[in-house]
Design a binder for this molecule. Structure first.
Ligand SMILES: [Ca+2]
Ligand SMILES: [Ca+2]
Ligand SMILES: [Ca+2]
Ligand SMILES: [Ca+2]
Length: 279
């Protein structure tokens, strides 16, 4: 028997960590970072212009060991993380997204050790115009190397394909690999929506000031490019997060998005699910 809200009898008990002062955590990823079959947590810390990434190693039970790698770079505020085995050594690596323009995607090789130096920085690359708020990893061009697709927050919103070289490095996005989304996209999710073997993406678009947002989906061509966006509209939504899963177990992927829409009378915001039709 399950219940809601959780009673802590069967899942994680409530456990919290106090990060160092001025290191606001803004993004988390769950991953087995040290290969012991226990999920660990990687956290991006946004407390200063320095790039700080924390690592919570699952020691079993309710115990996590807290490590923080400080000052991994500087210049722009770190905003989000993406993970994948970028150099194909079996250990999950990290891409940090800096909330600025220019070379704003920084790859890190994960050394899979408990203590520093557990990350080694690679060469930063650019995602094109707009701020790279979020990214997903996957082999979008089907060459066997993990790539990234960033969502670029700007009025004329875009996504950028950033090609991985299989050795932990990436190539900056070029115009041919940048595709249009809705306005001010903030979040992206990846899956093969239509089952053709090419990875596709869905973006949550906040929309401009005073304008409604949208949720966009873009089918991949399997070569790093995407077909033109299509929109899922939902009234006056202001969408800021999106996920993909088969929620009703009919074998067809569905989409969920959070609507940050301000309202009145307790009618603020919503969680919206679009059921996939398989067509
Ligand atoms: Ca690796
Ligand atoms: Ca690839
Ligand atoms: Ca597809
Ligand atoms: Ca479904």
């Amino acid at each position: 028997m399950t219940s809601w809200p959780p009673t802590h009898k069967r899942g994680f008990p409530t456990t919290s960590f106090a990060p160092p002062p001025a290191t606001r955590p803004v993004s988390t990823r769950a991953h087995d970072c040290n290969g012991d079959n226990k999920l660990d947590v990687v956290v991006n810390l946004n407390g200063s212009a320095a790039l700080n990434i924390a690592h919570l190693i699952n020691m079993g039970g309710t115990t996590f060991q807290y490590n923080v790698a400080n000052n991994l770079g500087s210049g722009n505020t770190p905003y989000s993380l993406a993970m994948g085995d970028f150099n194909k050594d079996g250990k999950p690596d990290i891409a940090a997204l800096l909330a600025g323009t220019g070379n704003n995607v920084v790859p890190f090789r994960h050394n899979a050790v408990a203590n520093a130096p557990w990350l080694t920085a690679g060469t930063a690359v650019g995602s094109g115009s707009g701020m790279a708020y979020h990214a997903v990893s996957g082999d979008f061009d089907k060459d066997g190397n993990v790539d990234l697709v960033t969502v670029n927050n700007q009025m004329n919103g875009t996504i950028s394909f950033i090609k991985g070289n299989g050795q932990g490095g990436f190539t900056s996005a070029v115009a041919a690999n940048i595709s249009t989304t809705g306005s001010f996209p903030e979040h992206i999710a990846v899956a093969d929506l239509d089952g053709d073997g090419n990875l596709d993406v869905v973006t949550a678009n906040y929309g401009g000031a005073g304008a409604s947002g949208t949720v966009s989906w873009l089918l991949g061509n399997g070569n790093g490019t995407f077909k033109g966006m299509q929109n899922l509209n939902m009234g006056n939504g202001k969408f800021n997060s999106v996920g993909i899963a088969d929620f009703n177990k009919d074998g067809v992927l569905d989409i969920v998005a959070t609507d940050f829409r301000p309202g009145s009378g307790g009618n603020e915001g919503a969680i919206v699910v679009w059921r996939g039709t398989g067509q």
